[in-house]
Design a protein around this ligand. Structure first.
Ligand code: NDP
Length: 234
């Protein structure tokens, strides 16, 4: 049965791969973007997840064009890496505001209609860094770890209401974000990955689509790694 899907940050990278995966499945798919909308059969809505008014307007547009959001994929995310001793409070707050509070804002806007429809799927795109930590990423790792407690709290609240809330934790995935890593850091990451390679965005998309599917209705509060074994044991 086709569902209405909203993917934040769905104009490129992992978000775009997720949006394409849902399109291929036959769903009605909306994506948010800030500057460049993606090409494809998407409903594209301009939205900065740091702004509740923009999120509200984006959801209202999606609801009018393709129906209430039944599957929310909170994917939009940023990094502002620097060592702790050079990290200012604004670097910490900005990353938390987009990655963690942005996800909270979208889920807050989506949940009432999911509960009314007695069916919903929320998937947060976290990171292996949230579980392992990463040098230079105290802000980013905190935002991604926070998603786990947030998702599990929501999962407990709505498990009897037909709404599941899960997390995927990608490792090193080939996108613009990972392309900005210094070569030495990238080589160090690669050396640690049991699979010996970076992942593709479509490999994350496959896990998200499974979590959002009918057949994953008994899976909630889970953290699914898509990391070539990098985070094993965490
Ligand atoms: P990209 O940098 O390629 O894309 C980031 C996406 O997030 C873009 O669509 C961007 O939109 C959007 N975005 C950023 N800030 C905001 C904002 N304030 N409001 C709305 N949209 C915003 O990153 P990836 O595709 O690699 O990452 C996607 C997610 O996966 C992120 O949450 C990231 O943390 C996570 N992740 C990525 C890994 C990797 O190795 N690539 C590993 C683990 C997790 P715009 O085009 O407008 O800037």
């Amino acid at each position: 049965m086709p569902r209405t899907v909203l993917v934040t940050g769905g104009n490129r990278g992992i978000g775009l791969a997720i949006a394409r995966e849902f399109l291929d499945r036959g769903d009605r798919v909306a994506v948010t973007y800030r500057n460049e909308p993606p090409t494809g059969e998407f409903t594209a809505v301009r939205c900065d997840v740091a702004d509740m008014d923009q999120i509200d307007a984006a959801f209202t547009t999606v609801e009018a064009e393709i129906g209430p959001v039944e599957i929310l994929v909170s994917n939009a995310g940023v990094t502002e890496d620097r060592p702790m001793i050079r990290m200012q409070e604004e670097h910490f707050s900005r990353v938390l505001d987009t990655n963690l509070t942005g996800g909270w804002r979208c889920a807050r806007r989506a949940l009432p209609k999911m509960l009314r429809g007695r069916w919903g799927r929320i998937v947060f795109v976290s990171s292996v860094a949230g579980l392992r930590g990463n040098p230079g990423q105290a802000n980013y790792a905190a935002s991604k770890a926070g998603m786990v407690g947030m998702a599990r709290s929501m999962a407990r609240e709505y498990a009897t209401a037909g709404v599941t809330v899960n997390v995927v934790a990608p490792g090193l995935i080939e996108t613009d974000m990972s392309a900005s890593l210094p070569e030495a850091r990238r080589a160090a990451h690669l050396a640690e990955i049991p699979a010996g390679r970076a992942g593709g965005a479509e490999e994350v998309a496959a896990a998200v689509a499974w979590l959002a599917g009918e057949r994953a209705g008994y899976v909630t509060g889970a953290v699914i790694p898509v990391d070539g074994g990098l985070g094993m044991g965490h």
